[in-house]
Ligand binder design. Structure first.
Ligand code: IMP
Ligand code: MG
Length: 189
């Protein structure tokens, strides 16, 4: 099937790293595992806005135990392909997490700075447990060690977009995950 992606000047996607079928199959497996691990615990699945929205909504549909959801937004400064390292809280949770079994649902772990910040923030609120579930991980780019308890796919050091992941707010709506390249890179090789 030929997929038509939206185009933006100076940027292109040539390689699809993960197809929608691969993503859905893995999300199904993760849902099975989480349903077992969190049975009887009424967990709170926290979606990190905005990148994890598609993953989070697909994941919870594959979970057959009672749970609740909440949303939190954090950001780093600027719209580059590399984070500055400074993390800021943009939108806090609506509910209290004291005594709750919390799962942080994230799109991708890159340097690890965002999740390290978030985990500390949430641990200070006396939850029963805090674990991390990330669809993607780029271990080669890690600046701080962070334990990813549930991981979808390990990927190489490439910039990916689609399935919620953006570059300057673009491409979040792609159903697949592709590698984003820029025209200057295309001319080189
Ligand atoms: P970290 O704090 O460096 O681990 O960065 C995590 C955040 O950077 C993610 O939540 C993403 O928003 C963003 N990010 C890192 N790598 C990529 C990528 O390849 N594509 C899109 N966003 C990315
Ligand atoms: Mg992002």
């Amino acid at each position: 099937m030929k997929q038509v992606y939206p185009e933006y000047p100076g940027e292109y996607i040539r390689d699809i790293l993960l197809t929608r079928e691969q993503i859905q199959a893995r999300v199904f497996e993760m849902g099975q595992t989480l349903s077992k691990d969190y049975a009887g615990k009424n967990p709170l699945f926290i979606c990190i806005l905005k990148g994890a929205t598609l993953f989070h909504s697909d994941l919870i549909r594959n979970i057959d135990i009672p749970l609740s959801v909440d949303f939190i937004a954090v950001g780093s400064y600027g719209a580059s392909t590399h984070t500055t390292g400074e993390v800021k809280l943009i939108k806090d949770l609506d509910c209290s997490i004291t005594g709750r079994h919390v799962l942080i649902v994230e799109d991708i772990v890159d340097t690890g700075l965002t999740l390290t910040y978030l985990k500390h923030l949430l641990e200070n609120r006396d939850p029963a447990t805090v674990r991390i579930c990330a669809l993607l991980s780029k271990p080669s780019r890690r600046k701080v060690e962070v334990a990813v308890d549930y991981q979808g796919f390990e990927i190489p050091d490439v910039f990916v977009v689609g399935y919620g992941l953006d570059y300057a707010e673009r491409y979040r709506n792609l159903p697949d995950i592709g590698v984003l390249k820029f025209m200057a890179q295309q001319q080189e090789g």
